[in-house]
Design a protein around this ligand. Structure first.
Ligand code: AMP
Length: 498
């Protein structure tokens, strides 16, 4: 009996015979996950009684090793620090050092990068194929108030900060989604997301394991393989970032008309498809609906708070909106002084509730300024219309103040994307002595298309208020993005500094 004290792990007892993880090479039951993670915990403890919150940084591909190591760390009383597969050595070193990890666990694929880092920092190094499995010992009981995980924020502004989550917080983040999206044991979700970020860890993996469902992991995202998985017919749930849906749409378009019909039909077998972590372009929402019949469920959340707002499971989902607060999550919109904004006005989203994180790791000042009383200040601006929230963007990079107007970069991007020559775009504000900020756009043109600044301005003036039309546009091959596929606006801004 796994009397671990950790809610997610204790629940696994009920699902022992079911398949927890499915990968190309085979299926792993909840029983195997309990058994293997217990061996990992024993290997990490190496005779100690409890890791007592020692940080264990780990990196594995998207396979059974990941939950086995994550649960092993938790069962040994440690704090899991998942690393990012595509980070270079300098960023991995930063995360390991900043979290003060005392152990690094690595799949052999990453040993050439991680072993030298561990050696240099004088940290214990374990390869996943050498953890002394089977050498079980009595494991500690871990109270759910204890810290479980440190997730590093995407770092779109400043150095990444470690977000500390307890088991109890994780439970709140998981259970609100279990309720809202009606997860159940017969679900099977296809996992194609990075495993160092809340979307892939909490919304996909942890929710599946909480529900007693099956998480099918694809080692890497590949549009054709995802379509194939939909066609295989077992998948009931899919969650991804907008860029993934855009790639799936592109792959569909490249198929023959007969193939397109088969692909479209396959999607009827899924019960829910979710998009989040960045704004879903309305064009992608409509194209996906035409192709698959699914109105993507868009939700809004953040590493620090888990998910806060979601479109409804059973009612109409509106493109461009992220819905209403999830069960147990308190959301309010405030002005710069923290006062409630009048109905229909925009304001900063603040969030309170059991799913909100405890603190930034070893950053008391940043933690203090991140909260207003007990409300977490997200830094995102939104507007509430007919009970549904619309995200206007990040206060720091997406809200542009020009000539006395406050405008949303996301709204301008939405309009620019309707231009037939524009494939992708990112709008930012550039400091300007006359206007405060000027609206600037980085644009990726469709293959073979050409567009001049003057043409864009003329087209823009017919669709946008004059002060919203980009006064400066540059044409680039691709937009800078982070490992989650999110456009990194501070880097876009630099493109306009000559
Ligand atoms: P992260 O902590 O990496 O998940 O990033 C969270 C940030 O992503 C939020 O603060 C928002 O700026 C953005 N975000 C997440 N979901 C959405 C969404 N549905 N629409 C617009 N922005 C979003």
């Amino acid at each position: 009996m796994a009397d671990s004290g950790i809610p997610l792990i204790e629940r696994a007892e009920k699902h022992k015979g079911r398949v927890a993880i499915s990968i190309m090479g085979g299926d792993f039951t909840y029983s195997q996950l309990l058994e293997t993670s217990s061996g990992v915990a024993a290997g990490l403890l190496a005779g100690q009684k409890d890791l007592k919150g020692q940080r264990v940084a780990f990196l594995t591909p998207r396979n059974f090793d990941y939950p086995a190591i994550q649960w092993g760390i938790w069962r040994a009383g440690g704090i899991a620090v998942p690393l990012c597969e595509v980070h270079p050595a300098a960023e991995l070193t930063y995360t390991i050092q900043d979290s003060g990890a005392s152990i690094v666990v690595s799949h052999p694929d990453f040993t050439p990068t991680l072993a030298p880092i561990a050696r240099k920092l004088n940290i214990r190094f374990l390869s996943t194929d050498r953890i002394p499995n089977g050498n079980h010992q009595t494991l500690p009981r871990v109270a759910s108030e204890r810290p479980a995980m440190i997730l590093y924020t995407s770092g779109t502004t400043g150095k990444p900060k470690g977000v500390l989550l307890t088991h109890h917080t994780l439970q709140a983040q998981i259970t609100t989604l279990i309720r809202a999206w009606e997860w159940h044991g017969d679900d099977r979700i296809l996992h194609v997301l990075p495993l160092h970020h809340t979307h892939g860890i909490v919304n996909v993996l942890c929710c599946a394991l909480w529900a007693g469902a099956t998480c099918e992991m694809l080692p890497r995202f590949d549009a054709a393989r995802v379509w194939q998985k939909f066609m295989d017919g077992n998948i009931t749930l899919f969650m991804a970032v907008p860029t993934i849906y855009v790639k799936l749409i592109a792959a569909w378009k490249e198929s023959t008309p007969e193939q397109q019909q088969t692909l479209s039909k396959a999607c009827a077998r899924l019960r829910l498809m979710v998009s989040g972590s960045a704004a879903l372009p309305a064009t992608a929402f409509h194209q996906w609906q035409t192709i698959t019949g699914h109105a993507l469920l868009e939700r809004y959340g953040m590493t620090e708070i888990g998910m806060a707002l979601s479109n409804p499971l059973r009612r109409e989902r509106k493109p461009g909106y992220v819905g209403a607060p999830l069960p147990g999550v308190n959301v309010r919109l405030v002005d710069e002084d923290g006062g409630a904004v009048p109905a229909g006005a925009s304001g900063e989203i603040e969030v309170k509730g059991p799913s909100v994180f405890q603190k930034y790791w070893e950053r008391p000042e940043e933690t203090q300024t991140a909260f207003r009383e007990s409300w977490f200040r997200t830094g995102d601006v939104a507007i509430e219309e007919e009970g549904s929230y619309r995200i206007l963007g990040r206060q720091s990079t997406d809200i542009i103040k020009t000539g006395g107007y406050k405008i949303s970069a996301l709204e301008i991007e939405e309009v620019l994307r309707t231009h037939s020559d524009i494939a992708e775009c990112a709008v930012v504000g550039k400091e300007d002595p006359e206007w405060g900020e000027r609206v600037c756009a980085a644009i990726v043109l469709r293959e073979g298309a050409s567009l001049s600044q003057a043409e864009l301005r003329k087209w823009g003036k017919e669709r946008l208020a004059p002060y919203k039309v980009p006064s400066n546009a540059i044409f680039v091959k691709r937009l800078p993005r982070n490992p989650m596929g999110k456009v990194t606006k501070p880097i876009v801004k630099k493109l306009f500094i000559s």
